[in-house]
Design a protein around this ligand. Structure first.
Ligand code: 6PG
Length: 265
């Protein structure tokens, strides 16, 4: 079986990215798993990958834990990070890194020393963010500048958030730090998150967006005016990398540039 990501139906959104549309959530998750496999296959050494939380990544993880991905991806070459995290222990069901470990990282040949979760056991969340930034620099061997991930997976909330950059919050405009603690009033919580400059320095960024509940927001993000405080997903614009939107038909339903005819062809 070919593990490569199929292209899906493609819409060119120029600087806002390339949209690839898949039939349903299952096909979308399979395409995401294929994109991870492709990205690792393209690298000669380590592949630096940031995972996201959310429902589609969970299905992607289940697929990665099975053949053919389990047996064909060069798992030991992956340096695995996360785009954001809740301030909970890894054994919490809410932990993005815990979820990924349980779903696939513990079931494939990943190198435990290359799994780099946010340090949520640290008692000060701001310190945890600083430590994560330091860890990123250490693993990349980069003391200054912005490290270049090979692939960053992102999700998009129905309020337009991505990572833990929620509408109207301070971290959207962070330009110096690689990772911060971001207070999110509507959640009454503070989350750990990578910042836009890190994601925008990546070689490849892939949003995974599924379901009809995301259709209106996706259309606003891709077709509407840019207002990053209102729709933080719009701040993601890789400066010298590829921006992909892997979406399902339900999420794509309101896109203005989709030229399907009335029969859906
Ligand atoms: C998280 C992510 C968050 C997520 C979106 C979309 O850990 O929750 O940080 O940004 O990707 O909320 O999540 P779904 O794909 O589950 O809708």
């Amino acid at each position: 079986m070919d593990v490569s990501a199929p292209d899906g139906r493609t819409i060119d959104y120029g600087e806002r990215g390339t949209v690839r549309i898949y039939a349903d959530g299952e096909a979308l998750a399979r395409a995401a798993a294929g994109l991870l496999a492709d990205t690792v296959g393209e690298r000669t050494g380590h592949a630096f990958i940031a995972l996201s939380g959310g429902s589609t990544p969970k299905r992607m993880g289940q697929l990665l834990a099975e053949a053919p991905f389990r047996d064909t991806v060069a798992w030991r070459e992956i340096e695995c990070f996360w785009g954001d995290e809740r301030y909970v222990p890894e054994d919490s069901p809410e932990s993005n890194s815990g979820e990924a470990r349980r779903t696939f990282l513990e079931k494939v040949d990943a190198e435990p020393g290359r799994i780099n979760p946010f340090p949520t056991a640290v008692s000060d969340i701001n310190l945890a963010a600083e430590m994560y930034a330091t860890q990123i620099r250490t693993v990349f061997g980069a003391t200054d500048g912005v490290p270049r991930f090979d692939l960053v997976f992102l999700g998009m909330g129905d309020d337009g958030h991505t990572l833990s950059l929620f509408p109207g919050t301070a971290a959207i405009h962070e330009t110096e730090r690689l990772a911060v603690a971001n207070h999110v009033p509507k959640l009454d919580a503070t989350r750990l998150t990578l910042t836009a400059p890190v994601v925008n320095a990546a070689r490849r960024v892939a949003f995974l967006v599924g379901g009809s509940g995301k259709a209106e927001t996706l259309a606003r993000v891709l077709d509407g005016p840019v207002d990053v405080d209102l729709l933080p997903s719009q701040i993601i614009r890789p400066t010298d990398g590829e921006l992909l939107w892997l979406v399902d038909e339900a999420a794509a339903a309101q896109l203005a540039r989709d030229s399907r005819d009335a029969d859906g062809r």
